[in-house]
Every structure is written in C-alpha cells, then in structure tokens.
Design a protein around this ligand. Structure first.
Ligand code: B12
Length: 523
C-alpha cells in the first residue's frame, strides 16, 4: 500500500503533539497505508538542515508528503517544500488551519499539488486511495488540486466527520516519551471538535462559514464529542504505555460547554481510577458550580478561562467576545470557592486598544486574582475577521508580520510609539503592574517599581528588558522568604503564578531561567 510521510514544522513555537496528524495517520493506517513523521522541533530534536530533512524523506521514499501547518509555521513549510520540490518528484500536500483559512494564498505560491481544507480525516485516505489506484484525483472533496497548467481545481469541503465512527488516533506516530520528558509529563488530549462562540480573532467563525457555504452544515453540527468511553480508554492505555505521563491537558477549544457532559466525564474519570491531574479550558458564560465541584473531585489541576481583555468595549466591539466583567468575576469566584486553581488568558496590543483599556485589563486581573495568568501580544491570523479589521484600520505592518513567528516578542501592528513602548514593557512586566494594583500587602513595593518602569524611555528600557528575568526572580525570592503573596514569572516568560501555588516533587512552581524570544530557525 501507499507510503505517506507527514512533515510537521513545529518551529519556534510551543513544541508538542499534533492531533490532526495523529487522526489522519490513524485513518490512513485503517485503510492499510503506511505512515511516518518528520517532527521538526528545535526544542525536541535540535535544528535540522534542509539536507538532513531531504535525507530522511529519501530514506522513506514516500508516495505523498503531507505538511500540517498553522499560519505562523507556513513560511517554514514553504521553504522546505520548495527545496524538496527542487530535488524530488514526490507530490506534496498541505493541510491544517492555515490551508483552511487562506487557501488562495497557498494556491498563489503554487508549490503544493494538493491543498487540504477543513477536517480531512476521511478525505485524505480517499485521495491516497485514488493516487494508489491510479484514479484521477482532481475531483476529491476537501482538496484544491493542482492541474498540469498550474491552476487549481477547487473542490468543496464535504460534511464534518462523525467522531465516534473514526478509527483510533495514531498517538505512537510521535515520540511521546521524548516529548513527555521535555514537557514535564504533560500529555495533550482532545475530547471534542468545534466551539459555539464566534470570536473575531479565532479561526472558528471562518472555518464554520466555509462549511455552511460549501457543505450546507448547520452550526449545531459543528460541535461534536468523542464518546467518553473512548477518551478514557485512550488515557488509560497511554498511561500504561507511557508512565512518564503526569498531567493530561485537555486542549479542546471549550471543555465546559455542557454541565451534564462535564459531570459524566468526571464521574467516568473517577470510576476508572485514572487519578492523573488534568487541565481544561472553560468559558465564564457557561461555567457553573456543579461543574466546578465535579472537576475538583476528579482532580482538575488548572481551569483555564479566556479573559483576553479587562475592557468590555474591546471584548464586545473588537473581539466579539460578549461577556460582562460581572460574569468573569462570578466564574472565577465559583472556581476559587470550589478550591480550583484558575488561569486567565490575556492579550495585549489589541487593535483599537487604548491606554485605559490596558489599564482595565490590569485592574481586572488584580481584582479577580486568578491562580495564574498568561499573556500574548496580539497577532492577527490571516482569514479572521479581526485581520480584516486591522487591514481596514491601516494597522497591518507586513514587514513586522513576516518577521514575527510567535507572539511573545512585540506587536506586529503599526501602533502609536508611546503605546508600543508600553506594550513592550507589559510584555515582560505585566504581573508587576497587577501586583501594584492589587489589594495584596506587596502592592506598595510594586507601585514604586512600576513608577520607575514608567519613567524609562525607549533606550533605557531596552537596556533593562533583558535583565528583567533575574530581577523578577530575585525579588520573588525575597518576598517568598517573607511569605508575602505576589505574582512572579513561572514556567515560561509570559506566565505569572501566585506565589502560594506549589507543584512538582519539590513543591515549587519553577522560576523561568531564560527568555524564549529569539527565533531559533530549524531549517
Ligand atoms: C491543541 C492545540 C494546540 C496544541 C497541539 C497542536 C496541534 N496541532 O495539535 C499545542 C499546545 C501544541 C498548540 C500549539 C500552538 N497553537 Co494551537 N491549537 C490547538 C487547538 C485548540 C486544537 C487543535 C486540534 O487538535 N484540533 C483538532 C484536529 C483534529 O484538527 P487539526 O489539527 O486542524 O487537523 C485537521 C485538519 O486541519 C486537517 N489537516 C491537518 N493537517 C493536515 C495535513 C494535510 C496534508 C491535510 C490534507 C489535512 C490536514 O485534517 C485534520 C483532521 O481533521 C486549536 C484550535 C482548534 N480547535 O483547532 C489551536 C490552534 C490550532 N492553535 C493556534 C496557535 C496560534 C498555536 C501556536 C502558534 C501557539 C503558540 N503560542 O506557540 C502553537 C503552534 C504550534 C506549531 N504548529 O508549531 C491557532 C492557529 C491559528 C492559525 N491560523 O495558525 C488555533 C487555530 C487556535 C486559534 N485561536 O485560532 N496548539
């Protein structure tokens, strides 16, 4: 049968598992095909040159090479694909979120023979079967197929796959033990697909719009779950085969959509004696006390909420994320009363955001006191409504956008220089501002520090920025010694954790040792 090679450019990004590839590989294997993976991750395997990649490709001698990409990794995929094309005759396919959001841009580059749109669980095996049996692949659903003349036949997407009918995921295509040792034993799981919200910065509104238009899918059909039994079986087997698993991170867009489901899942988790701590994503609008109690009883270690901004105006008008500050407070209170450790996701540098909006974000964090908060500098993904808004407002700076392949460093938008400088300061020190505005006894100390930060101009700040990690660690150690509650940077450079949170065998939340901000090209 056919040999299919997956290439995952997981470059200068959070390293880890890819559920799309695992699902596709499982589907191909169910049809009898052979699969292999080249996982490009400088964090996991070190940088690999184009020639090293080409050698591995040649050694497998595949019938089809499948790239899976998100937007910020597309440029890496393109570079590798161009190189492979210059050396080998293997047909190239590209899929993943980026291909679905902006297939026109991918088609314009003209490198890929097949552009996969949407969920290709059954569409990819259908394509491979056609290629293997020498059938004409040009009418394959979900694929834009390159013709001999260079244009593309643009086929429509088919209906969403039904999750319960899909073959098992091929978890073992990845080197899980290597990943687990690098990621402190965290194993990613997905229990559902789809989201009921249509936030302007997320891919979901566009993704569903294509399915509505091309396949006549109703919005309700977008939300699908794997049977609980199947997920629990997967978790059990993974734990047996990989004793290094210490935490399951349930990466669904939204795990807490439905109270009955959450309770049933938690009951099954307890009944089967899984016992491994787990982490879930929640939404303040649909979070309830019975959910909190069930999650707490089953061993939920972190409950993550998207807060994004403390400004109701920004959330409503720019992000299309309608929820009141009162709803946010209530959800965090419910979680804290149940004894859950909470996390708030935050974005800074949003389009049309003013100084007072950023101040509202700081104030809301100081007030709700999440267990931790994690922030990103806003990056507009192509194909989203917020990308269009940025374009209309003249905020897009193509040069900055092309340079950045992460959202840790700086804003890719054209911003007022004073605001831009403040955003760069907040990118490193957001938690100092939150400490300063909180009701914690450490507040006056941080107010003093923040006042000094505020006085720094462009040059003085750039001299200081890289030393901030050490400064933060030293200050945190002093405060810890005095048992003064505060937020400090832990685990990664864009996450602040309350100092009374403990984790791991040594009982400590790990301080951050280095900035992960410089691009480390792997190709
Ligand atoms: C879990 C998750 C992660 C996990 C695991 C990543 C993974 N790929 O599985 C981790 C934490 C590692 C992660 C990291 C990142 N993520 Co993430 N992540 C998600 C999340 C919540 C679920 C992904 C998922 O498993 N979906 C289910 C699977 C089955 O779908 P899928 O992967 O898209 O695959 C299907 C199709 O795309 C297609 N397909 C996929 N590959 C291919 C290849 C071919 C050839 C074909 C034909 C088809 C095809 O078929 C698959 C099966 O149906 C999504 C949101 C979402 N709901 O998709 C965000 C999302 C994908 N992530 C996003 C981002 C931005 C990131 C990061 C950049 C964040 C960071 N700070 O570094 C990194 C980038 C990692 C990288 N690529 O190197 C954005 C991407 C936006 C964009 N336009 O690029 C998303 C869409 C969230 C959002 N808000 O919009 N992420």
């Amino acid at each position: 049968m056919a040999k299919v090679l997956f290439l995952y450019p997981n470059v200068n990004a959070q390293e880890g598992f890819n559920h799309g590839i695992a699902a596709l590989s499982g589907n191909l294997k169910a049809d009898g095909h052979e699969t292999r993976l080249i996982h490009l991750s400088e964090a996991l395997y070190g940088a690999q040159s184009l020639d090293e990649i080409a050698d591995q490709v040649l050694a497998f001698d595949p019938h089809l090479i499948c790239f899976s990409v998100m937007s910020q990794q597309y440029k890496h995929a393109l570079e590798i694909a161009r190189y492979l094309k210059s050396r080998f005759p293997y047909p190239l396919a590209l899929g993943g979120v980026h291909a679905t959001m902006v297939p026109e841009e991918v088609a314009q580059d003209g490198i890929f023979d097949y552009i996969g749109l949407g969920e290709c669980d059954r569409a990819l095996p259908a394509l491979v079967n056609a290629l293997w049996n020498d059938r004409n692949p040009s009418a394959m659903p979900n694929f834009w197929v390159k013709s001999e003349e260079g244009g593309y036949t643009r086929n429509l997407v088919g209906p969403f796959p039904e999750l319960a009918t899909l073959p098992p995921k091929d978890y073992e295509l990845f080197d899980l033990d290597r990943m687990l040792s690098k990621m402190n034993g965290w194993m990613s799981m997905i229990t559902s697909r789809g989201c009921p919200y249509r936030c302007a910065y997320c891919f979901n509104h566009q993704f569903l719009a294509r399915y509505r238009k091309e396949a006549g899918v109703k919005p309700a059909a977008y939300l699908r779950r794997y049977p609980i039994e199947r997920i629990i079986n997967d978790m059990e087997r993974l734990k047996t085969d990989h004793p290094a698993i210490r935490t399951f991170i349930i990466d669904d867009d939204l795990f807490t959509m439905d109270e009955d489901y959450v309770i049933d899942f938690c009951d099954a988790y307890i009944d089967r004696g899984l016992g491994t701590p787990f982490v879930v994503n929640a939404h303040v609008q649909s979070f309830t006390a019975p959910m909190a109690a069930a999650l707490q009883a089953a061993g939920c270690k972190i409950l993550k909420f998207g807060v994004e901004s403390g400004s109701e105006r920004i959330r409503t008008e720019v992000l299309r994320r309608k929820m009141s500050n009162a709803a946010i407070r209530k959800a965090f209170d419910i979680a804290h009363e149940a004894g859950l450790h909470t996390s708030a996701f935050i974005m800074i540098g949003l389009p049309l955001e003013k100084r007072e909006d950023l101040q509202a974000t700081i104030d809301l964090l100081a007030e709700i006191q999440p267990g931790r908060f994690r922030w990103a500098v806003f990056y507009p993904f192509p194909g989203t409504d917020i990308h269009t808004l940025c374009e209309q407002e003249g905020l897009l700076d193509p040069e900055k956008m092309a340079r950045l392949d992460n959202f840790y460093e700086a804003s890719p938008l054209r911003l007022d220089p004073e605001l831009d400088l403040w955003i760069r300061k907040l990118q490193r020190c957001l938690h100092w501002y939150v400490n300063a505005r909180s009701a914690l006894p450490c507040a006056p100390l941080f107010q003093e520090r923040v006042a000094k930060l505020e006085g720094l101009g462009e040059e003085a700040w750039s001299g200081r920025a890289d030393n901030f990690l050490d400064e933060d660690r030293r200050l945190s150690e002093d405060l810890q010694a005095r048992s003064e509650l505060h937020y400090s940077l832990r685990f990664i450079q864009v996450m602040a954790v309350r100092s009374d949170y403990t984790e791991d065998d040594d009982g400590l939340a790990k301080p951050v040792k280095e900035w992960k901000s410089k691009p480390k090209p792997s190709v």
